[in-house]
Design a protein around this ligand. Structure first.
Ligand SMILES: Nc1nc2c(c(=O)[nH]1)N[C@H]1C(S)=C(S)[C@@H](COP(=O)(O)O)O[C@H]1N2
Ligand SMILES: [Mo]
Length: 320
């Protein structure tokens, strides 16, 4: 089977950033921070817009959000060295090691399908369509581990409104970059590439649903889905498709990578639900990365008050 079983990992040690960011990245990050003080624009400073976005570059004018969780955040090291991104390798530490292959400039995102304002956005324009916010979210992987991550991004609803969906737009289909040179894991048939995901329109419009372009106030590292990825905190992590190039508004429920791969294990909705076990393991508890004791998994990952209404009247054992 493909998604690995939950495995116990040791609490991570604390390491200075310089030791785990490679030296070149660190130097560039430091100089980007110095430059950014002068600018008032969102996002990335113009001297860098024609070069690869370097993880570690500071994002400007990031607002705090009242949607943030107040729990202890996982360390930058945990968030960037314990990843699922099968296009960059299937071990948790592979994506950080292979991050160098994924260059993210130039990069465009095509917004298309059932919309009045179809448009191919340059990534540096896309990140300016709405104010950037810090959203500290609990994240729960289907493998029964979790983290608390300070994302930087903007509501997906801002982009949906700009696109002006037609009456036939009922779902959104998301597609990851297809390029085995930049995503070398695509040379192996682990999944059907490119990785694809989907949301129902009301899930896409929900204020908790964001497109993330950063974490810890800095440009998103490649291993976390640079330059732009989806974050839906009440669903299992695999809904959070990384390195998006296409956002297509469609009438019918779109195919999703893990559902294609193992439909009996992964449904379209994939809401965090402690009462619906995975066929091969329990979903009742989870291990917060960095903690020793397991926690109880909460319905909708603790976001029930905000999202339960979306699923009123649906049998969540059938629509898992
Ligand atoms: N394109 C792509 N997106 C992906 C994945 C992937 O393998 N490929 N893995 C998913 C899974 S299983 C999880 S748990 C999250 C992990 O996000 P993180 O590494 O930023 O924590 O990314 C999701 N998005
Ligand atoms: Mo996951």
């Amino acid at each position: 089977m493909l998604i690995k079983k939950p495995e116990d990992i040791k609490p991570s040690e604390i390491t200075p950033r310089e030791l785990y960011m490679n030296r070149r990245q660190f130097i560039l990050a430091a100089s980007a921070t110095a430059l950014s003080a002068a600018t008032v624009l969102n996002g990335i400073d113009s001297p860098f817009s024609s070069s690869p976005a370097i993880a570690g570059q500071k994002l400007n004018n990031v607002r705090k959000s009242s949607f943030s969780a107040t729990e202890k955040q996982n360390s930058f090291k945990d968030i960037t060295n314990y990843n699922n991104f099968y296009e960059l390798g299937t071990d948790k530490t592979d994506p950080a090691e292979n991050a160098k292959y994924l260059t993210t400039r130039p990069w465009t995102v095509s917004v298309e399908g059932e919309v009045k304002k179809a448009k191919t956005y340059d990534i540096d324009d896309l990140i300016k369509i709405a104010p950037l916010e810090e959203r500290i979210y609990r994240m729960r992987c289907v493998e029964a581990w979790s983290m608390v991550i300070p994302w930087v991004g903007f509501p997906l609803s801002s982009l949906v409104k700009l696109a002006e969906p037609t009456g036939d737009a009922k779902f959104i289909h998301f597609v990851t970059l297809q390029d085995p040179k930049r995503l070398p894991g695509q040379k192996y048939a682990v999944l059907d590439w490119p990785y694809v995901e989907g949301l129902r329109m009301d899930e896409a419009m929900h204020p908790l649903t964001i497109l993330s372009v950063g974490l810890y106030g800095e440009v998103l590292p490649a291993q976390n889905g640079a330059p732009i990825r989806l974050v839906v905190p009440w669903k299992y992590g695999f809904k959070g498709i990384k390195s998006i190039v296409r956002i297509r508004f469609v009438e019918k429920q779109p195919p999703t990578s893990w559902n294609i791969s193992a439909p009996q294990e992964y449904g379209f909705y994939s809401n965090v639900n402690p009462e619906v076990d995975h066929p091969r393991w329990s979903q009742a508890t989870e291990r917060r990365i960095g903690e020793f004791f397991r926690r109880k998994t909460l319905m909708f990952n603790g976001y029930g008050e905000q999202v339960a209404d979306l699923y009123r009247g649906m049998d969540l054992k059938k629509y898992y």
